[in-house]
Design a binder for this molecule. Sequence first.
Ligand SMILES: NC(=O)c1ccc[n+]([C@@H]2O[C@H](COP(=O)([O-])OP(=O)(O)OC[C@H]3O[C@@H](n4cnc5c(N)ncnc54)[C@H](OP(=O)(O)O)[C@@H]3O)[C@@H](O)[C@H]2O)c1
Length: 322
Amino acid sequence: MKAIVCNEYGPISGLEFAELDDPVPGPKEVVIRTEAIGVNFPDGLLVQGLYQAKPPTPFTPGMEAVGDVVTVGSEVTRFKPGDRVGTVGQLGAYAELVKAHQNAVMPVPTGVDAGDATALMCGYGTAHHALKQRAQLQPGETLAITGAAGLTGLAAVEIGKAMGAKVIAIASTEEKRRLAIAHGADAALGYDNLRDALKDATGGEGADVAFDVVGGEVFDALSRAMAWKGRLLIVGFTSGTIPKFPVNLALVKGYALVGVFWGSFTQREPQVYAANMAELMNWYVEGKVKPHVEAVYPLKKAADALEFIHARRAVGKLVLKP
Ligand SMILES: NC(=O)c1ccc[n+]([C@@H]2O[C@H](COP(=O)([O-])OP(=O)(O)OC[C@H]3O[C@@H](n4cnc5c(N)ncnc54)[C@H](OP(=O)(O)O)[C@@H]3O)[C@@H](O)[C@H]2O)c1
């Protein structure tokens, strides 16, 4: 099979498009022929050696894939060849064939487009878990979202609306803000004077829930524009700066700083995870959420897609097709 290989940690451009042996499933594993493969910001961190996990090289990056099961191990009970499925893991998805443990595989209904399904997995899965379990977002609350035209940010816009919140999208360009509004945001702001702009947009109260993927100075501004009993969600640090937090801010506003780690959530709470994914797939079929797939790249151009994301140019989801 053809696959993308990271031979050593370094620039994204060093990724190789190579011929590898076809994977053989272990007893509880399935092999999936990929129809669409999701590209994610952390994939680019991983191949540069900038992610918390550092797998031994060589490895094939890629977290999520959708396609048909082609072979199953002798003890697989949940799937059979021909089933349409998706899988999320840490590695291995940038390939024509992907091997996964049956517990890391989920059915993908025929009405769900394969590219959209990749977005629903990690991007929408993260935003959904963050807003539902971690923030316990309530109808009528104000929700501020940074990086709001990115994958998880735009997912948070749609899911926030589906949960009945008033959504304030925050993004760096007019084009990105327009996209967030088109996906349901009630208002859109840039990053300039963010603290004051957010206070103005919330009648002086601040945000009940903030969903932050950027970190750095953007996080600092959010941390000073939270409402009484708010929840400030820590999702990512695309700015490259992990902020420091003066805890007196939380005391004065009685608000909580809430960590979000979707990968650990899927491992530690598999039943809640499965229920979340079923809810998301239903919302998709009902038209409540519709991922924005900006571009589809051939698998061999995976490095171009990753570089586009890391240059801060991408909106919504980028997908690879073998
Ligand atoms: N905690 C979790 O469980 C979890 C799960 C998934 C992803 N994440 C993390 O969440 C973050 C966002 O992921 P994503 O998939 O939404 O990424 P994405 O689609 O690339 O969007 C990220 C957004 O961050 C903003 N940004 C600000 N500074 C940036 C920079 N220097 N380079 C690139 N983007 C920058 C951009 O929006 P503006 O231009 O509008 O600022 C961009 O749209 C990543 O750090 C990822 O690792 C965390």
